[in-house]
Design a protein around this ligand. Structure first.
Ligand SMILES: Nc1nc2c(c(=O)[nH]1)N[C@H]1C(S)=C(S)[C@@H](COP(=O)(O)OP(=O)(O)OC[C@H]3O[C@@H](n4cnc5c(=O)[nH]c(N)nc54)[C@H](O)[C@@H]3O)O[C@H]1N2
Ligand SMILES: Nc1nc2c(c(=O)[nH]1)N[C@H]1C(S)=C(S)[C@@H](COP(=O)(O)OP(=O)(O)OC[C@H]3O[C@@H](n4cnc5c(=O)[nH]c(N)nc54)[C@H](O)[C@@H]3O)O[C@H]1N2
Ligand SMILES: [Mo]
Length: 760
């Protein structure tokens, strides 16, 4: 499985001693502060670290490069969380990966290091090239690098032989130029991280309510009477959401958590910036915890719907005047039996009744969700069942009510608004054609999974990534590696070294860019948060290296070398890009003036304003079957989740504090009864395999950890377990890899190594 350079696709399999403690009963508190200071000062030095943190999420500062949770209207001087501080420290590190580093380490050697080690080497400083048949990256000039990309792109027999990937950290300005370049070049092959993330939410909501985004604002959290948090772990992945939940709970709202795990952040929150948070008991959050089985949500939501119908707790006026498809929904729910619901969800009838009681008591209800719902084969159904419940309660276009898909990357939603989409709406292309005077391609492009398949069979030969870590983030690591190795050229615009830079095409380029924290010749960029607010972000510290270029400058450089046009004016003054955005993107009129306000502006959102923007103008109920998953003896259903010390494929540290696990990430969390039934023991080293249409995928050497998880379920960390996620195993219609529903078996590893099991 190598590329002639002898690289290894998967992270190494050595096991370090694992420490296991009982999970804490709350999130935040003094430990969050201690961790913030530790990460910020070790990586960046105390002074630079403090300077960075004081500009984080401030009106004159930069947007947090972590998650997409919005900023409150009244910002405090300390408007960030522990994990935001880690994200900033990771980028603001004082360590550097200079050309001499690559001279010392061939890619084959680097590929045997862990992702944690790779990230800790520091910021990339120079453009580098890996030439055909050569084993080490070498420096080259920016002009040479751009010329090389231009040459390879122009040599393709069709523009569709190239794919242009985007990760969600890119600014609106860079994203707009990026899609413009791809379309001028002639392709809609714009796969992005969203294809692996909230694509299912977009598909589901567009059909149900006419917009693929959430409908609530931060103020709605203050007015909600009930908040359901489904398939989401905010204590780790959106820590500032806990502040909003705390406010809601103190105001009397009931919070319901739906999750296979009792995530600490949803139980109790000790606000690290409050005295009573630091030294008191903290605020209890979720008063009801429904421990659903993995992928049991459709059954559970239908159970809630059935209860609402049986109690007559339906907003009939709203349903009659504003919705369609209700009769079919009612008929379907009427026919579903409680046995199917309880067996399919793993939640008892009593608990479903209790949760339905919460729902029946108010129309000011918000449903929040994230990857626990979007990464299953029936992910679109999961989200449409949530829409069904909100529609039953008439919970749209009212204060304190609505849908809240909590976005991941800090600008993933903005990138889509800017046209990073392999299936662009015709109206967007019309506007490009009208305002820029060229004929954009109309045939749909490739998404992430489609791009991997196309690289694997030679249809895509040049792969260019604006950020991200495609190899490690994608499913089916070995397959994806083979696909990348078949290409002529892979290009990565990046801040830090990662595994995707090591498993390459015949040739590869590594183009180092400014991060969001860094000054960009006095210019600012703009981003859109999870609630559709567009605002500015301006870097605050000196660039990590004098050779770095901004993302817009790199995109323009590639475009100039490929298209032979002059794009320099856009780079000199981002206002000019924003003027274009104002003309092309709906809702962005007068962009330059409006983003200069301290809080930016809000994009239009029909359902929030009381209009369903579906073709019929009505919201749609939808009907979905309950899947009863039958596992064969010995099989488990595995979800791949994030630890507290990572941002996607960037590993900040080895401590999953809120789950009580530290030191090692190759763990598999199992129910104690399953451990016994499978003849395993805590601390044992096992191999995991997944079987899919006769093909077996193997992930070696994971440590068994007993954990409070439903029977038949297993949890591992992303990206270590991605090798087990079959490429073909994905959500119907959104094509999102089903990385939370992988059927696996567990067997003792032949090599038990020296792991000292302090677990039993
Ligand atoms: N610090 C930090 N912040 C981040 C990220 C990060 O890696 N680190 N990543 C960012 C990105 S890109 C994203 S998309 C978000 C991700 O944010 P999350 O979606 O919170 O991330 P995951 O760890 O994937 O967690 C999924 C949660 O869903 C639960 N779950 C799994 N399967 C099911 C199921 O079938 N049903 C239900 N009801 N629950 C289920 C898991 O137990 C877990 O609590 O966070 C963003 N913010
Ligand atoms: N099994 C499994 N797989 C998953 C998931 C899962 O839950 N389970 N989650 C999926 C989800 S939700 C997502 S969003 C994807 C994430 O997929 P990606 O977005 O592709 O991955 P990241 O790990 O966020 O990318 C990190 C890299 O981005 C680069 N980077 C950081 N900041 C910048 C910047 O400012 N500019 C540029 N140009 N580069 C930068 C750095 O080089 C860093 O190594 O993974 C998906 N994969
Ligand atoms: Mo994501």
């Amino acid at each position: 499985m190598d590329d002639g350079r002898g690289t290894r696709a998967q992270p190494p399999e050595e096991i370090a001693p694992l420490e296991v403690k009982p999970p804490p009963g709350s999130a935040g508190g003094v430990q969050a502060i201690a961790s913030t200071v530790r990460h910020a000062s070790i990586e960046t030095g105390l002074v630079r670290g403090a300077r960075l943190l004081l500009k984080l999420n401030q009106p004159d500062g930069f947007d947090c490069p972590g998650c997409a949770w919005p900023d409150p209207a009244h910002r405090s001087a300390v408007e960030f969380c522990e994990n935001g501080a880690k994200a900033v420290a990771e980028e603001g590190t004082s360590r550097r990966v200079v050309p001499g580093f690559f001279e010392a380490h061939p890619v084959s050697e680097l590929s045997r290091r862990s992702d944690y080690w790779l990230g800790k080497q520091g910021r990339l400083t120079h453009p580098m090239v890996l030439r055909a048949g050569v084993s080490r990256y070498q420096p080259l000039s920016w002009d040479e690098a751009f010329a090389m990309v231009g040459r390879e792109l122009r040599a393709l027999d069709s523009p569709d032989r190239a794919a242009f990937y985007t990760s969600g950290r890119t600014s609106n300005e860079a994203a707009f130029l990026w899609q413009l370049f791809a379309r001028k070049f002639g392709t809609n092959n714009l796969p992005d991280c969203s294809n692996m993330c909230h694509e299912s939410s977009g598909t589901a909501l567009t059909e149900a309510i006419g917009i693929g985004k959430g409908t609530v604002t931060l103020e709605d959290f203050e007015q909600a009477r009930a908040i359901f948090v489904v398939g989401q772990n905010p204590g780790t992945n959106h820590p500032r959401m806990l502040t909003a939940l705390q406010g809601a709970a103190r105001g009397g709202a009931t919070i319901v958590s739906v999750n296979p795990l009792a995530e600490a952040g949803l139980i109790r929150f000790k606000h690290p910036q409050e005295l009573r948070g630091l030294f008191g008991e903290g605020t209890p959050l979720a008063s009801l915890f429904l421990q659903v089985s993995i992928n049991g949500d459709v059954a559970l939501m239908q159970g809630l719907g059935k209860e609402l119908l049986e109690r007559g707790a339906v907003d009939h006026g709203f349903v009659r005047d504003r919705c369609e498809g209700f009769e079919a929904y009612r008929e379907h729910i009427g026919a579903v039996t409680w046995d199917e619901i309880v067996a399919g969800s793993g939640v008892s009838r009593e608990q479903i009744r209790a949760a339905a009681g919460v729902l029946a008591g108010t129309d000011r209800v918000i449903f929040c969700w994230a990857m626990g719902l979007t990464q299953h084969e029936n992910a679109v159904a999961n989200i449409q069942e949530i829409a069904n419940l909100l529609l039953l309660r008439g919970a749209f276009g009212k204060p304190g009510a609505g849908a809240c898909p909590v976005r991941g990357h800090s600008n993933v939603q903005g990138d889509r608004t800017m046209g990073i989409w392999e299936r662009p709406p015709p109206g967007f292309l019309d506007a490009l054609e009208r305002e820029l005077g060229f004929a954009p391609p109309r045939r749909h492009g490739l998404d992430t999974v489609g791009t991997i398949e196309a690289m694997a069979d030679g249809r895509v030969q040049v792969f260019v990534a604006l950020g991200g870590n495609f190899l490690s983030a994608a499913p089916d690591t070995e397959r994806t590696a083979q696909a990348l190795r078949r290409t002529r050229l892979t290009v990565h615009v990046a801040t830090k070294l990662n595994r995707s830079h090591l498993i390459t095409g015949r040739e590869a380029l590594l183009l180092p860019c400014l991060g969001r924290t860094e000054r960009d010749r006095g210019q600012f960029v703009t981003v859109e948060n999870s609630m559709g607010v567009v605002h500015r972000s301006q870097g605050a510290v000196a660039p990590a290296s004098p050779y770095l270029l901004s993302e817009p400058a790199i995109v323009a450089g590639i475009a100039q070398a490929t298209l032979g046009q002059d794009w320099s004016a856009w780079v000199l003054d981002y206002d000019r890009i924003r003027d274009l955005i104002a003309r092309v993107v709906p809702g962005c009129e007068d962009y330059n003036r409006r983003v200069r306000g301290p809080d930016g502006f809000m994009l239009p959102n029909g359902p929030r304003e009381g209009r369903f923007t579906t073709p019929s103008g009505k919201a749609r109920f939808t009907v979905h079957p309950i899947r009863q998953r039958r596992l064969a003896p010995g099989e488990l259903l595995m979800m791949t989740i994030r630890s507290h010390d990572q941002f996607n494929t960037t590993i900040y540290g080895l401590d999953d504090r809120y789950r009580g696990l530290s030191g090692e990430r190759r763990v598999v969390m199992l129910n104690q009864a399953d451990i016994e039934a499978l003849g395993l023991r805590a601390g044992q080293i096992v191999d995991l395999s997944s079987r899919y249409f006769g093909e077996v995928r193997l992930a070696r050497r994971f440590v068994v950890v007993p954990y409070a998880i439903p029977r038949g379920c297993a949890a591992t960390y992303f990206p270590e377990a991605n090798v087990l996620v079959p490429l073909g195993h994905r959500a119907a219609r959104s094509n999102t890899p089903a990385s939370k529903s992988v059927v696996i078996t567990v067997a003792p590893s032949a090599d038990q190594g020296t792991h000292d099991a302090d677990l039993a």
